[in-house]
Design a protein around this ligand. Structure first.
Ligand SMILES: Cc1cc2nc3c(=O)[nH]c(=O)nc-3n(C[C@H](O)[C@H](O)[C@H](O)COP(=O)(O)O)c2cc1C
Length: 245
């Protein structure tokens, strides 16, 4: 690492509403220790306190489900219910005490109806609208819990990455890419339209490593397009559906 790079890493960075004291951003990391209803306790608080005290410029939380009935993984944090807001406000207070902005990563493991997983192919228009709404409502709760930003998790085989991938979701096979990714745009636009003042980012696979995949050829085109309008940050991950199946 050159001296110039070192200097830059430890310089503050302003990203819209957030000022990072340096350019080290902790990537989302699932802890798996929340209660089934998404409640968190001292164990989670102490992990985040240690992270913030460690000196990173900002923290992206582990994936946080937007739905009460999403049982895709155990121990998920949740912003799916107003009753959880005070517990998560305590989490953001801990980070802010160390002058460390904190971004909640919003995710949906899978979409469930009457305790049954509904696959992307089987979803009705109403199911899709409900899903968009779940993300927007969770972002509003984030604001109430005093997070600085939101990262929408559309990577790593989570619901949104499956929904937009032609490898999994065969609906709209011959439609445009804009239509295929409309769910993401609607979520991002919906969040922006609430004027929450949150830093809005999206985590998406750069490739699914298969023929017929969505992103490989299009990722830069969409990155540029989104950067102008819906997003303040885009996180590309070199991990695709075929790698995590
Ligand atoms: C134990 C563990 C838990 C992780 N949990 C999450 C998570 O909750 N959400 C997420 O998007 N990525 C998660 N990741 C992936 C990391 O955030 C990160 O994307 C990955 O380690 C690759 O690093 P890079 O994105 O900087 O290349 C996890 C990784 C590990 C090792």
């Amino acid at each position: 690492m050159t001296e110039t790079t070192k200097k830059k890493i430890f310089q503050p960075l302003k990203l819209n509403n957030m000022t990072l004291k340096n350019r080290l951003l902790r990537s989302a990391t699932w802890e798996g220790i929340a209660a089934l209803d998404g409640s968190i306790d001292e164990r989670t608080y102490s992990i985040y306190e240690e992270l913030a005290k460690g000196g990173v410029g900002g923290i992206i939380t582990g994936f946080t489900s937007v739905s009460d009935n999403d049982t895709y993984f155990e121990g998920m944090m949740r912003l799916s219910n107003d009753k959880l807001i005070p517990q998560y406000k305590k989490l953001t207070d801990i980070a802010h005490k160390e002058n460390c902005p904190i971004i909640a990563q919003l995710a949906l493991g899978a979409y469930y109806k009457n305790d049954r997983e509904i696959r992307p192919n089987q979803m009705t228009e109403e199911d899709i609208k409900n899903t968009i709404d779940l993300f927007i409502k969770a972002a509003e709760r984030e604001k109430q819990a005093n997070y600085d930003g939101v990262q929408i998790h559309a990577a790593h085989f989570f619901f949104l990455s499956r929904f937009i991938s032609p490898l999994i979701n065969e609906r709209n096979e011959n439609g445009s890419i804009d239509n295929r990714i409309r769910i993401l745009i609607e979520i991002l636009k919906g969040i922006k339209s609430k004027n929450l003042g949150l830093h809005v980012s999206l985590k998406i696979n750069s490739s699914d490593f298969e023929m017929g995949e969505l992103m490989k050829k299009n990722v830069w085109k969409y990155a540029k397009k989104w950067q102008k309008k819906e997003l303040t940050q885009l996180k590309l991950v070199g991990m695709g559906l075929r790698e995590v199946e």
